[in-house]
Design a binder for this molecule. Structure first.
Ligand code: AMP
Ligand code: MG
Length: 487
């Protein structure tokens, strides 16, 4: 690796310094012919990075980790994880690197991280690489989530490496550069706890408090306060997933952040026809990570975080368990409140209305949507038009005309706010058939469909003429959608 001092960027190595037991110094593989596929200029600018610099040969070397600013100390992070319920003590970044932390012009700290940068000591049987399609997929979906107001890691760039990657076939390889508040996971705490070194666990918790929840440091029980803060952030996050119809697909504890950002876009997708049992991941045979299970799984993962934190909560194990259990019991209420508040907004209901009436209205709606497998995104968007008077297009989504007619009457009696709905219910999400079309074309060398789809989803609420096909449901022959892990 060469050092390029002219990169106007300073990367700190705070994680590596404070938590060296969990940081393996490592370097990215060479990228023989780096070629920029997509750069997030808006994000670069907010981070204080010059897009022109990032587009330059030095910039591409930075974005593939092959040349870093002086003082940078990239590491592979160690973490554990419950994968589909089974505990793996040693996962870690098998094909990723934390390049370091950068400070934006407002003083905020962000992780700069690469995915697909080569094998690390955590690679196990993997090749350490990533293909163009899955990295562009993470770019698209994470940017869609951000545009929808859902906390998420952000995609800074995807650079093709010029190296091919062996999957079912030979595919072009790529590296994703992404940015996050941090890459601390529930699995990071599980790893620290499993070492038996309580000092390490405490240092990790202090690091997390300082980075994400500084107010917890002022609490009488800072580590309990940390746990409660993560619980609140995750209750809100998963409620937002449910409201936008997002299925993460692989909610293992190593894929759940401490910051409350969505992370690791593998086998994820947005619901189309409403079915709570929807699963996209090809390996999720039991439906563990189905749409409707996500809040339950989040609570389960938080219980694993609580277990990992027990040694910090109280000297007496019984007391520690009692504190953790009590805190965990708040999840359902917090999740439920966040979800019903969000659902009310989606329905355009902002006034002081009878809660029981609204909850029954929501419940009946979900039954109607499920019975007719109504397109979730189209429904809410067209319901906004119905608030403005034109219920025809929305009603046409239902077979049960009587049922939807009765429901609309009850809803209209509550005086929904059409403007509120237009700013809440997106017209454009990354629909599965469009994502597939864009990624297939990009893999074959044509980025135009990817760019058009990206343009639609980064302004999801602003309906534009010419983009009608980006708001439409999949053609009937698209079939059952399946996505794959570890691609
Ligand atoms: P994920 O399901 O993407 O969250 O990955 C789970 C674990 O597998 C993490 O430790 C990853 O770093 C690792 N992993 C996934 N794909 C690869 C790969 N191609 N090479 C090496 N490690 C991988
Ligand atoms: Mg992961």
């Amino acid at each position: 690796m060469s050092v390029t001092p002219q990169l106007a960027l300073t990367l700190d190595n705070r994680f590596a310094r404070e938590l060296s037991e969990m940081a393996v110094p490592w370097q990215a593989d060479d990228a023989p012919r780096p070629r920029l596929l997509v750069l997030n200029e808006v994000l670069a600018t907010t981070l204080g990075l010059d897009p022109a610099m990032l587009r330059s040969p030095d910039g591409l070397r930075l974005l593939t980790g092959t040349s870093l600013p002086d003082g940078a100390a990239p590491v592979a992070q160690a973490y554990s994880g419950h994968q589909f319920g089974g505990f793996s003590p040693r996962l870690g970044d098998g094909r990723a690197l934390l390049l370091g932390e950068l400070t934006d012009p407002t003083g905020r700290l962000h992780d700069l991280h690469l995915k697909g940068s080569g094998r690390t000591p955590f690679a196990r049987g993997g090749d350490g690489l990533a293909a163009v399609g899955p990295m562009l997929r993470e770019y698209l979906i994470s940017e869609a989530m951000h545009a929808l107001g859902v906390p998420t890691t952000r995609a800074l760039a995807v650079v093709a490496t010029g190296r091919s990657v062996r999957r079912d076939t030979e595919l072009p390889g790529a590296v994703l550069a992404r940015v996050a508040d941090s890459h601390l996971r529930v699995g990071s705490f599980q790893y620290a706890q499993a070492t038996g070194d309580v000092g390490l666990l405490r240092r990790l918790a202090d690091h997390a408090v300082a980075r994400h929840y500084p107010a917890a440091a002022q609490s009488e029980q800072p580590y309990l306060a940390l746990f409660k803060a993560v619980l609140t952030a995750q209750a809100s996050l998963v409620a937002q997933w449910m409201l936008v119809g997002f299925v993460h697909g692989v909610m293992n504890t190593d894929n759940m952040t401490i910051s409350g950002e969505t992370i690791d876009y593998g086998p994820c997708a947005f619901l189309e026809g409403f079915d709570p049992a929807t699963v996209y991941s090809s390996i999720d045979e039991s439906g563990r990570y189905a749409y409707a299970n996500q809040p339950v799984v989040a609570e389960w993962n938080l219980a694993r975080l609580a277990e990992a934190l027990l040694p910090l909560l109280h000297d007496e194990q019984d007391q520690a368990v009692a504190l953790a259990t009590e805190a965990l019991s708040g999840f359902r209420q917090q999740y439920g409140d966040a979800w019903s508040a969000g659902m009310k907004t989606k329905l355009g209901l902002s006034g002081p209305q009878d809660e029981a009436v609204i909850l029954k209205l929501i419940d009946d709606l979900l039954t109607l949507l499920e019975t007719d497998r109504v397109d979730y995104t189209s429904f809410f968007r067209l319901l906004g038009a119905a608030a403005g008077g034109d219920a025809g297009p929305m009603r046409s989504l239902f077979a049960d005309q009587q049922g939807v007619g009765d429901w609309v009457e009850r809803w209209r009696a509550l005086k929904p706010d059409a403007a509120l709905m237009a700013g809440t219910n997106p017209a454009y999400i990354p629909r599965n058939h469009l994502v597939e079309e864009a990624l297939n074309a990009a893999t074959a060398g044509n980025l135009a469909p990817f760019e058009r789809l990206l343009e639609a989803i980064v302004s999801p609420y602003q309906e534009r003429t010419g983009l009608e096909r980006y708001a439409a449901a999949a053609p009937a022959d698209f079939g059952v959608y399946r996505t794959y892990c570890g691609t």
